[in-house]
Each structure stands twice: as C-alpha cells, then as structure tokens.
Design a protein around this ligand. Structure first.
Ligand SMILES: [Cu+2]
Length: 212
C-alpha cells in the first residue's frame, strides 16, 4: 500500500524522538549500532530495496527501545500485559496505538503496534513492529460502511470495501477476528525489524524468542 501519510512523519519528529532516546534510553541499541542479531540487508527476503526500507523503520522506531518514549508517543504501556507465545514461538507483548489503529492508513514509519519481550532482569526489549488495518464492510441493506467487531464472520452479502493491504511487497495476513473483545476484524503484518527471526522478517511467530 502507498504510504499516504509518510509526509506526516517529519524529520523534526524523528529528531525529537532521537533526543528523547538520548535522554532516557535504557537500552543501548540504536539505528547506527543495531544488535548483532538484527537482519542484515542480505537476509531481507531477497529484495535489495528492503534494506533501505527496513533501515527507515528502525530509525523511526529506535526511540521506542525506551518504553517511556513509546508511552509518550501514544502506545499502550507494555508493563503488566500478556506476552503472546505458542508452541512454535513468541510474538511478544502488543503495545498498540489507538489513533494509528483507528485511522485506516498504513504508514511504514508509524506502525500501529510495537512488540516487546520482557527482559529476564526487568524491563522490555523492542523486537518487532506490527501493522494493522481494520476491514471495512458495507451493509447492503443500509449502505453503511463500518468495521466488524463480532467474533463471528460477517453475513455473506456484506461487501468488503477495503482492499487487502500490502507493504514491503508483502500481503497482509487475514482477515482475522479481533484479538480482544471490541477489536474489529483486521489484516496484520509483523516485521521483525529489531530481532532476528529464522522464519523470516515477516513471519507471525518468532521461534528464537521466548516470553520467559
Ligand atoms: Cu502480533
């Protein structure tokens, strides 16, 4: 999907985040000195253009290694929240941004969700970002276009009006029901920009990580 909102992320905003990080980052990671485990451009799904794009996502989210910076930017606080993990790997704690989730725009530099893992000694490690787009449906009887929050699928005569989103050449996964009551059906795409994922940069679960 075309990043229709890229212009909104001004250099000034990124600079402000970088300054906030310098002042308060508890984590040593930075866009100029990524952890050794982070993917190198040669690992990025075979597309040489992705190296630049993923570097831009890292630059835009580097400040969020500091949880307080993420909360200050509008993401939910990961403290005390559930870390998602299944037998094939971890996804982490989802810190969502209500405004970004609600605006029906996918901007690679403004991910809807940050994914954190609890650190053994306390604190959190930023490992990935997740892009979310709600499915919008037209009710044929009323013409009303709205998201669908029921856990059950919509009636077969409803029309999906949002095209399936793509980003970085990847098609989002879904549509899938909300992950908690009230969250609409949606598509999503995970991008492991801050931790290596042996299953691939855009895999849902990361077998090399654990919530413990
Ligand atoms: Cu997720």
């Amino acid at each position: 999907m075309k990043p229709t909102r890229a212009a909104r992320t001004s250099l000034g905003a990124i600079a402000a985040l970088a300054i906030a990080c310098l002042a308060g980052c508890s984590d040593a990671a930075s866009p100029v000195a990524p952890e050794p485990a982070v993917q190198q451009p040669s690992d990025l799904e075979g597309d040489p253009g992705l190296g630049t794009q993923i570097a831009a996502v890292r630059a835009a989210t580097a400040a969020f290694h500091d949880v307080n910076a993420a909360v200050g930017a509008g993401y939910t606080d990961p403290r005390g929240r559930v870390c998602d993990e299944i037998a094939i790997g971890a996804m982490g704690i989802h810190s969502g941004h209500f405004g970004l989730n609600s605006d029906q725009v996918i901007d690679p530099l403004r991910p809807e969700v940050l994914l954190y893992l609890p650190k053994p000694g306390g604190g959190f490690r930023l490992v990935a970002v997740e892009y979310v787009l709600f499915v919008l449906l037209r009710d044929p009887a009323t013409g009303v276009v709205a998201p669908w929050t029921s856990p059950d699928p919509w009636p077969s005569d409803y029309e999906v009006v949002t095209p399936t989103p793509q980003l970085f050449g990847e098609t989002f996964q879904g549509p899938m029901p909300g992950h908690f009551p009230g969250m609409p059906w949606h598509w999503d795409l995970h991008a492991w920009v801050w931790a290596n994922n042996p299953n691939g940069l855009f895999a849902q679960w990361n077998p090399s990580l654990s919530c413990d």
